[in-house]
Design a protein around this ligand. Structure first.
Ligand code: ADP
Ligand code: MG
Length: 776
């Protein structure tokens, strides 16, 4: 119900069907557990935490299901245990909705549960323990109390809209109302019915914040009942006929120009206080009770809807009266719904047949469940299934809360008794599903363009005016309805005007006389009125003159204030900029210093680099010089050694040649001896064995070499040669010369080998003149 948008703004605003924001909130589902009744023993519900309850299957049920132990847990936005007071519940559940209402946002709050679970107790309450409804009303009036518009300034049209009446029309309407009511109402006397007196006096008053003082507010209430899918207006004033009571007429739902649903022709009562509002509610409640007994209805099967409409509009520029602009009127509404019992069967007539049980299924609750189911499916799966709102009046009426925007909250009431267990399970399932449905969050309304503080200024001005008028002893400004009332009452009542028969000569003349008297009074009053009217117009003119001047001054003051503010702002800005510039300068300074340090570092590093490079260069050249020197040394040494080697080889060769020559010489001598001996047949003197065998001499390298001179030595070296030697020695020295030559070669080689082994030139040194193989 975005009634506020309906106010002639449709041409300027986009259609309200699609909310302009895409923020969504899940339906707030709360759970309230009522205390166990005195006659009930078994408790099936346990509050585990402030968000979770646990259901235990009652003993009987457990036995039926083979002793199966069943426990299920359900979570809610909040769980209220048996000790929760009405005030606590209100603070959590309804207070935010009332705050929203005052800030032009719509809300829907309903109680759901089995009959006897505490729905009505939660919504309405009991004496001394007012429920959510009276507390909401109280909070509303506490908040907007001093800013309420006079009665009939706001006037509902018959199309779910709200008009602003001009002051005169509103006054006339007020006078009409006063003359109609038998006892004139004065706001000071509180005529509260003792039946509900202590339901509407909560311990402490709640108050909404952020009430716009420059707006005027008005509260309208409606109360309807939906039974068997028919809507009844509980506030409709129908003449009561005790002889033939007329059955109440049902109402129909209509869609307004913004596609919001409303009950066509439903009574909307403007109320000015909690007492008055609750009295209206109680009137409806009584009517409901009477109708239910008269028509033999079962009250647990009906839904009751209490609608609180709040109209608000900005005061005009003077802050005196409500702005006469329909487009500036905002209407928000809070629906408080006490749903029918959710059980499938009738409680009071429990012995009914199966057929009647089936018939008793509350169709509207079924539809509600289906709608929630489809909504949830659409939202979760992205489907676009049609939600069957139209299938029942309840869902159809609240369609816009789910389709459009608003805040929806549900209090699930549960009775922990065993009998209710199975129904409670169903309630829990519905609650779980409902929590998953999301509703678009209402957006904030734009505020009007007038300067704030208009009401206060106007009030101050009026006070001042009154004060001055009093000083001058003149009439005090303001209406005096009591004078008018007195005047109205001073009229003599008209005589009976029913003509008793054709011969009645008394009634008509008497009536004429009375009427003439009244006419005379009227004329007198008109004259009086005209006279005072002239004075009043004069005064008014003066007043308005003064007012306009005062306003002008005020305006100028306002402008001056604005300019002052501007100057102040600019000063602040300059200050800020100066500070900023100082800050930046400081930063620059620091950066400069840092740069210098780095520059210094860079220079020293460069210096170091250069010196290192120079050193490197120097070392390189040193190395190169060393290299060439070393190369020179190496070649020198090489040359020296080569020469040395050559020299040694030559020496050796010479030596060897000498030795060879010596041996040859010896051999020659031996030959000579042998040949001599043969010829002389004389055994020559044999040289000593040691001497003959070989000589030991020192090699150049420090080693030792044995130069064998005896043939016997060779026998070890070469067995073949040895055997030959032996043979030759056995046979005597008379072998062929060829054989001797061969032995000589062997010996020579052996000498060479030995020489090499003792060579000081080392193992790697090989001279071209020597054989590589050591083995003979
Ligand atoms: P429903 O409206 O769901 O059928 P009622 O609100 O009429 O149930 O409650 C049935 C009875 O239980 C009433 O007598 C009521 O006072 C009592 N009751 C319900 N809830 C509570 C509660 N939280 N604390 C105390 N009494 C309660
Ligand atoms: Mg009830």
């Amino acid at each position: 119900y975005r009634s506020s948008m309906r106010m002639g703004k449709t041409t300027r605003r986009p259609p309200p069907k699609k909310p302009s924001n895409n923020q969504k909130d899940p339906v707030g589902v709360y759970c309230r557990v009522r205390p166990l009744g005195a006659e009930d023993e078994e408790c099936c519900i346990e509050v585990i935490s402030n968000t979770t309850i646990q259901l235990h299957a009652p003993d009987g049920l457990k036995a039926n299901r083979n002793g199966e132990f069943k426990e299920t847990q359900y979570s809610f936005k909040k769980v209220f245990g048996i000790k929760t007071t009405q005030r606590e519940l209100f603070a959590d559940v309804a207070k935010p909705l009332v705050e929203d209402l005052i800030h032009c946002k719509n809300g829907l709050l309903f109680t759901y549960g089995v009959t006897g679970s505490g729905k009505t107790y939660t919504m309405t309450g009991s004496p001394g323990q007012g429920g959510l409804l009276p507390r909401s009303l109280d909070m509303i009036f506490n908040s907007i109390g001093p800013y309420q518009a006079k009665r009939y300034v706001f006037k509902p049209d018959d199309k779910n809209g709200m008009e602003v009446q001009n002051q005169v029309d509103a006054l006339l309407d007020r006078q009409k109302r006063d003359s109609q009511t038998s006892v004139p109402k004065t706001p000071t006397t509180r005529r509260t019915d003792p039946e509900f007196a202590d339901m509407i006096s909560p311990e402490e008053a709640c108050k909404a914040g952020g009430v716009d003082e420059d707006s005027s507010y008005s509260v309208f209430v409606s109360y309807i009942e939906i039974y068997n899918n028919y809507i009844y207006d509980l506030l409709e004033e129908t003449p009561f006929d005790p002889i033939k009571p007329k059955p109440p007429q049902s109402k129909i739902l209509r869609e307004d120009q913004n596609h919001n649903m409303y009950v066509a022709g439903c009574t909307e009562v403007e109320v000015k206080s909690t007492e008055e509002a609750f009295e209206v509610f109680w009137r409806g409640q009584k009517k409901r009770r009477i109708a239910n007994t008269q028509l033999n209805r079962e009250s647990s099967r009906s839904h009751s809807v209490f609608i609180i409409k709040l109209a608000q509009a900005p005061l005009d520029a003077d802050g005196d009266t409500v702005l006469q602009d329909k487009s500036q009127v905002n209407v928000s509404q809070l629906c408080l719904v006490d749903l029918a019992g959710s059980e499938r069967t009738s409680r009071t007539r429990a012995e009914g047949s199966r057929l009647r049980e089936a018939g008793n299924i509350n169709q509207s609750l079924m539809t509600l469940r289906t709608c929630i189911e489809v909504l949830r499916e659409n939202q979760m799966c992205g489907t676009n299934k049609m939600v069957p709102y139209r299938d029942s009046k309840v869902t159809h009426l609240f369609k816009n809360y789910f389709d459009g925007e608003g805040k929806v909250r549900m209090v699930v009431c549960v009775n922990p008794k065993a009998d209710d267990y199975e129904e409670t399970l169903l309630v829990m399932r519905f609650a779980e599903m409902t929590q998953e449905v999301e509703v678009a969050r209402p957006v904030d309304r734009p505020i009007c363009g007038f300067a704030a503080g208009r009401r206060q200024r106007n009030q101050a001005f009026k006070d001042e005016l009154t004060h001055r008028l009093e000083e001058r002893g003149g009439p005090v400004d303001g209406e005096s309805p009591t004078v008018l009332n007195q005047l109205l009452q001073s009229f003599h009542p008209l005589p009976p005007c029913e003509i008793s028969g054709p011969n009645d000569d008394v009634t008509l003349p008497r009536l004429i006389e009375a009427l003439e008297k009244r006419h005379k009074i009227r004329q007198m009053m008109v004259e009086e009125y005209n006279k005072t009217g002239k004075i009043i117009t004069l005064l008014r003119a003066q007043d308005s003159n003064l007012l306009s001047k005062e306003n002008f001054i005020q305006e100028q003051r306002g402008r001056l204030g604005e300019k002052d503010k501007m100057i102040q702002n600019q000063k602040n800005e300059i200050d800020r900029l100066e500070k900023k510039s100082k800050m930046l300068e400081y930063k620059i300074d620091i950066l400069q210093k840092t740069t210098n340090i780095y520059e210094e570092d860079k220079r020293s590093l460069q210096h170091e680099l250069e010196s290192r490079e120079q050193r490197l260069q120097r070392e390189m050249s040193e190395k190169r010089r060393m290299e060439t020197r070393m190369q020179g040394i190496v070649t020198d040494a090489k040359l020296k050694w080569e020469k040395e080697c050559e020299r040694r080889v030559n020496a050796k060769q010479l030596e060897m040649q000498n030795k060879l020559w010596v041996k040859d010489e010896k051999l020659k001598q031996l030959k000579a001896i042998v040949t001599e001996g043969k010829t002389e047949n004389r055994q020559p003197q044999r040289p000593s064995r040691e001497k003959d065998k070989g000589e030991v001499f020192k090699t150049r390298g420090g080693g030792q070499a044995v130069q064998f001179t005896d043939i016997e030595t060779l026998k070890q070296e070469n067995p073949l040669a040895a055997s030959r030697k032996r043979r030759s020695s056995e046979t005597g020295p008379d072998g062929e010369p060829m054989e001797r030559n061969w032995t000589d070669v062997e010996t020579r080689c052996s000498v060479a080998v030995e020489m090499r082994a003792g060579s000081s030139l080392g193992p790697g040194y090989q001279h071209h003149g020597y054989p590589k193989r050591r083995k003979p």
